[in-house]
Write a protein that binds this ligand. Structure first.
Ligand code: NDP
Length: 239
């Protein structure tokens, strides 16, 4: 992969996505970071903020077109945007289930499909999907979220088989409990219970997730595809 690559990170105005965009900027890449309801100025300095809703194909297409105009075909896609609508199964609504699946899985699929157009022509590319430890570990009250994140593993593996011969790798990075707005919103008792269960005895930092993503996007990771790379302090024991 050449220096100064064209990188697109979704949901880059806060949390993990912001740290990922920052890490690519620091590595000298040309980065578009998308935001949706937030503020463009929250996308890190050095990255170009472009609005995109990953549940909307036209919006995704427009964001990629803008990235292409600015930086050339996207060589690295990080599908990070995600939501939770937690509820115990009996109380879960169809609307919430659809929103979670359409954002976390549908959004990754839309972005990967749009990114693949340019990557296939270039005969190189890196697709990194941000999953979650709960995709393979499970979590009560998070059936929709866990299902959406588990499905990303199937998506990454199908894309690996479909696109692997074109120099394109697709992997999942599965964070554990990372200190962001998403985990700050968990009830205190649940936060403490998770902390006890994590072998590292602490929550992770967004920068630790960014490190794994930047590695998977690097030349050094050119022969890694279809993998799930956990960044979870050991919680998922490698899954
Ligand atoms: P945040 O809630 O802090 O940020 C999520 C980002 O995704 C926001 O920019 C949000 O924009 C964006 N987003 C949500 N829906 C859409 C949409 N339809 N279109 C475009 N952008 C959208 O989350 P985190 O930083 O904590 O998480 C980032 C990713 O990491 C997610 O995929 C999450 O599931 C995953 N993850 C997080 C963990 C954690 O501990 N924090 C653990 C495991 C996985 P908006 O402000 O408009 O909603």
């Amino acid at each position: 992969m050449p220096e100064g690559r064209s990188v697109l990170v979704t949901g880059a105005d806060r949390g993990i996505g912001r740290a990922i965009a920052e890490a690519f900027v620091a590595a000298g890449d040309r980065v578009v970071g998308t935001y949706r309801t937030g503020r463009p100025e929250d996308v890190p300095e050095g990255a170009v903020a472009v609005r995109a809703d990953v549940t909307d194909t036209t919006s995704v297409d427009a964001a990629f077109s803008r990235a292409e105009e600015l930086h050339g075909p996207v060589e690295v896609l990080v599908a990070n945007a995600g939501v939770t609508r937690d509820a115990l199964l009996m109380r879960a609504t169809d609307d919430d289930f659809s929103t979670v699946l359409d954002t976390n899985l549908g959004g990754a699929h839309r972005c990967a499909r749009r990114a693949a157009k340019g990557m296939v022509r270039l005969k190189r590319g890196r697709i990194v999907l941000i999953g979650s430890v709960v995709g393979l570990y499970g979590s009560p009250g998070q059936a929709s979220y866990a299902a959406s994140k588990a499905a990303l593993v199937g998506l990454a593996r199908a894309l690996t088989r479909e696109l692997g011969g074109r120099g394109i790798t697709t992997n999942v990075v599965a964070p554990g409990y990372i200190s962001t707005a998403m985990t700050d919103a968990l009830p205190q008792a649940q936060q403490e219970a998770y902390q006890d269960a994590i072998p590292a005895s602490r929550f992770g930092a967004a920068e630790e997730v960014a490190g794994a993503v930047v590695f998977l996007a690097s030349d050094a990771a050119g022969y890694i595809s279809g993998a799930v790379v956990p960044v979870d302090g050991g919680l998922g024991m490698g899954h």
